[in-house]
Design a protein around this ligand. Structure first.
Ligand code: SF4
Ligand code: SF4
Length: 183
């Protein structure tokens, strides 16, 4: 009996709280902020320094995609031939059929070139069966928006920075004299 009354009181309190400050919004007129680690549709990144995609068209992501929704071709990189880029090969064409993408993130995990990200794009529904086939230009536009929004730093750069920091801390620790009598 007492337990039942407690339960009813709890429900009433949380209902009143919910009326005062609702946790939901009137979508699609209102949007909740997207969390930084939100995984939307995959997109390709743009190398601002060189002025070309990070993607070399190596096909690793395409071979690992469980839904086979990606395709790409590569070409010799003209900027490398001019000495402006370190990438010998560069992506020539790329397409993802986002209707078939299951947002698993495997393509991002397996890419060795920081070339693909799970962007914040999510409102991309269409009425056509093939309405979400996005080409290289579209994927790069999505990627550029994501890079700008999140002040994106390539994961390989972050990993190098973290390794250097850890090494420095280790060296510092080794230099510090061991205190006698300390346990
Ligand atoms: S996104 Fe990465 S893994 Fe996929 S083709 Fe481009 S470089 Fe290769
Ligand atoms: S997120 Fe998964 S399903 Fe979507 S393109 Fe990448 S590997 Fe394929």
């Amino acid at each position: 009996m007492l337990g039942g009354i407690k339960g009813m009181l709890l429900t009433m309190v949380s209902t009143i709280k919910g009326f005062r400050s609702p946790v939901t919004v009137q979508y699609p007129n209102e949007h909740l902020p997207i969390q930084p680690r939100y995984m939307g549709f995959p997109a390709l990144t743009w190398d601002e320094k060189v002025g070309e995609p990070w993607c070399t068209g190596c096909m690793v992501c395409i071979r690992n995609c469980p839904t086979l929704c990606m395709s790409a071709t590569m070409m010799d990189n003209p900027l490398q031939q001019d000495g402006k880029s370190h990438r010998r090969k560069i992506v020539d064409s790329f397409e993802i059929n986002l209707n078939r993408c299951i947002l698993c993130g495997i393509c991002v995990e397996v890419c060795n070139f920081d070339a693909i990200v799970m962007s914040h794009e999510h409102e991309m529904s269409t009425y056509e069966r093939n309405g979400d086939r996005v080409d290289l230009i579209g994927l790069l536009e999505m990627g550029k928006r994501y890079q700008k929004e999140t002040a994106w730093v390539p994961p390989s750069v972050l990993a190098k920075e973290a390794a250097a920091k850890a090494k420095k801390a280790e060296e510092q620790e080794a230099k510090e004299p061991v205190q006698e009598g300390s346990s």
